[in-house]
Design a protein around this ligand. Structure first.
Ligand code: GAP
Length: 449
């Protein structure tokens, strides 16, 4: 097929295809797989860990490093029972659980189409009861009063607990934010749709502390800013995203108003990120629980007040899924059944490898040596792949499938004039460039990091 031929795009992404590519190419494996797996837990493989880290860094750069009004935090994932008592999670962090009276399977009552009938066997479902989805454990060698602790179901509480510490150790003044990325755990009644709903996952959350009365404006501001990030920084097609305000009945126990940024997944439109107006609920709850004064002193007006909080809360592992779904394409390149390429059109800064380097032939020491030197010279600057197996067409396909934006091939002309071909993942066009210019070319194309 000629490189400038226009491929025919097939709109065929499914969850099965994404899960299979993720497994086959080392993005995501089932956890404890050799023992049959543990439902709702996943391991991120060599390429998955790179992609996830690139998403994480994009968020951190936008939300912390480019903003003088936001600072970062990395707090403990396990907190004592008193914290969850005060925050309202012991009482309210529940999902409605219904059990089938015939097959005994358990369901989240708000997930089943017919709340009376089992979706598996048609049996009668019990009235839903409230099931707390926090994982409980015990800290220390003796189980006694006061030793119970819970894995956090949101990163947010660690931020509220450190509100005073951050105020005292930085020069931040309201309005300002504290951001955190890390693991959260929920004993979800049902998991599924690959990593969409897991029991261990990662969140990217920011608590933005504002003067009471200004929360409506800040809520609007963060809704817009977060939507912008998904489109401009992560490259998600804006036609696949919507923003939806929660009905009063959907609001979490701490929220005055919440908007969800939703994505059109293959299984339907569902949440990707929530932007909540948590009011002064959490700080006041921890003032009551701990007896500490968590008020803010405004140096300009001389007032003391408890700030309101606007919280953009996104899932990192859910973002990972959305990035894969949105980047996935199958293109028909010719008439034969095998003339289809799978390509991940990842934004280059998100791609696990930025460049792949090939010697045209693995049996020609001159070519291999020259290609190795190029590969070694790029590695300190960004992750690069080496491939000398099979023909160059097959190597392009392998790199397309994992989203590598550019492939560099060292051929016989390289030995004569010091140039190589750069092949572009999306256009499949090739250009000839001098080896000496490669680093600058790729750095320019990748943009500031
Ligand atoms: N602190 C607010 C909070 O946790 P949430 O809407 O429950 O709000 C925020 O969670 C985001 O975390 C969700 O939009 C989703 O992206 C992600 N998330 C929540 N539960 C998840 C799960 N079980 N598996 C994967 N991601 C999850």
């Amino acid at each position: 097929m000629a490189v400038d031929e226009q491929p025919d795009e097939q709109p065929t992404v499914t969850m099965d295809k994404i899960a299979s590519l993720a497994k086959r190419r080392g993005f995501v494996y089932g956890s404890s797989e050799i023992y049959g797996g543990l439902s709702g837990f996943w391991d991120y493989g060599p390429l998955g860990v790179e992609l996830k880290d690139n998403i994480r860094r994009s968020w951190w750069r936008s939300m912390v490093q480019l903003r003088p009004d936001v600072v970062g935090l990395d707090s403990a994932t396990m907190l004592p029972e008193v914290v969850w008592q005060a925050s309202g999670h012991l009482e309210n962090f529940t999902d409605p659980l219904a059990e089938c009276t015939v097959c005994r399977r358990r369901f989240r009552a708000d997930d089943v189409d017919n709340p009376e009938v089992c979706p598996e066997c048609g049996g009668r479902l019990t009235q839903p009861r409230r099931f707390n989805t926090m994982f409980k454990t015990n800290v220390g060698p003796i189980e006694a009063e006061g030793t119970a602790a819970y894995l956090r179901p949101e990163t947010a509480q660690g931020i509220f607990l450190n509100f005073k510490n951050v105020l005292q150790t930085t020069s931040q003044k309201v309005p300002f934010g504290i951001a955190q990325i890390g693991k959260s755990y929920r004993n979800e009644i049902t998991t599924g749709n690959f990593v969409f709903r897991s029991r261990e996952f990662e969140q990217m959350e920011m608590e933005f502390f504002v003067r009471p009365g200004t929360d409506d404006q800040w809520w609007e501001y963060w809704k817009e800013e977060r939507l912008r990030w998904w489109v401009e920084e992560l490259g998600i097609n804006s036609a696949h995203l919507t923003s939806r305000n929660h009905e009063p009945s959907e609001l979490s126990h701490y929220s005055k108003q919440t908007a969800d940024i939703e994505y059109a997944y293959p299984f339907g439109i569902r949440e990707l990120e929530g932007i909540a107006d948590r009011t002064d609920y959490d700080l006041k709850a921890h003032m009551a629980g701990s007896g500490q004064d968590l008020q803010y002193f405004d140096p300009e007006t001389g007032e003391h007040y408890v700030p309101y909080v606007i919280e953009p809360a996104a899932g990192l592992t859910r973002a990972f899924l959305v990035v894969l779904l949105d980047a996935y394409a199958e293109e028909r390149l010719g008439p034969k059944p095998g003339d289809v390429r799978t390509v991940l059109r990842l934004k280059p800064p998100l791609a696990p490898f930025k460049v792949a380097v090939f010697p045209l032939s693995a049996n020609k020491p001159d070519l291999v040596d020259r290609a190795r030197r190029i590969y070694d010279s790029l590695l300190p600057h960004f992750p690069a792949a080496w491939d000398d197996i099979g023909n160059v067409g097959k190597r392009y396909r392998r790199q397309d499938e994992v989203g590598t934006p550019w492939c560099v091939t060292v051929d016989y002309q390289t030995l004569e004039d010091g140039t190589v071909t750069i092949r572009d993942r999306d256009s499949m066009q090739q250009e000839r460039q001098a080896i000496d210019d490669l680093l600058a070319i790729f750095q320019e194309r990748l943009g500031p990091r």
